[in-house]
Design a protein around this ligand. Structure first.
Ligand code: SAM
Length: 197
């Protein structure tokens, strides 16, 4: 049992380093290209991507499907994982735009960097950091996307405040996540396994 946010973040980081290195072994939640297709991603777009771009995908929806990102825009992906949404966004904003992906799991960020090189995308920056403190100035982003990440964050109001700090006036937050409709007891909230398993 733990109510220590740092212990929760360490457990989550360790959990997702396994998903980065051995996605085929993930049995508890859907991972990979088949999951992306079920969530509404374009089949031909997914099929055309190298398997390393899609095999560690572990999102729960399709944030880029919620609104268009345009050439020249700056997009921030909170909890970017192996980079599927980042790299799709990078293609949409074109070389005049920019995408920044932030994730605290080094193995995920390394994989996303390899994937960006594989696709020849130079307009993506992938940063190892917690999304509670994003290394970007105020009002510097047009669209914040996030996929399956807020539910893993002990400080949800803090993460949300950080998203709105970096958004420009008129910018958008497009996120997909899971939530429990039933009440959650303090004991369940404190159980580390509920966060990382
Ligand atoms: C379910 S995966 C989703 C990854 C990616 N968005 C996707 O759709 O494939 C959750 C990701 O969020 C990252 N993450 C969770 N909590 C985080 C935090 N507090 N700060 C930064 N990254 C975090 C994990 O390391 C993991 O890569």
């Amino acid at each position: 049992m733990t109510d220590n946010p740092n212990a929760i973040r360490a457990a989550v980081t360790s959990r997702f380093s396994q998903v980065a290195s051995s996605p085929g072994q993930e049995k508890k939640f859907p991972v990979g290209p088949a999951s992306a297709k079920k969530l509404g991603y374009d089949y031909s777009e997914i099929d055309a991507l190298p398997s390393s771009v899609t095999d560690s995908f572990c999102g729960v929806g399709n944030p880029l499907g919620l609104g268009a990102v345009l050439p020249g825009q700056t997009v921030l992906d909170l909890g970017s994982g192996a980079g599927l949404d980042c790299l799709r966004a990078a293609r949409r904003v074109r070389p005049t735009g920019k995408v920044i992906g932030v994730d605290m799991c080094p193995e995920m960020v390394e994989k996303a960097r390899r994937n960006a090189r594989l696709l020849g995308l130079n307009n993506v920056e992938l940063v190892i950091a917690g999304i509670e403190k994003v290394p970007l100035p105020d009002a510097s982003v047009d669209v914040v996307i996030s996929n399956g990440v807020f539910n893993l964050c002990p400080d949800k109001p803090g993460v949300l405040a950080e998203a709105f700090r970096v958004l420009r006036a008129g910018g958008r937050l497009q996120m997909a996540d899971i939530l429990l409709e039933e009440g959650v007891t303090p004991e369940e909230v404190a159980r580390k396994g509920s966060w990382s398993n």
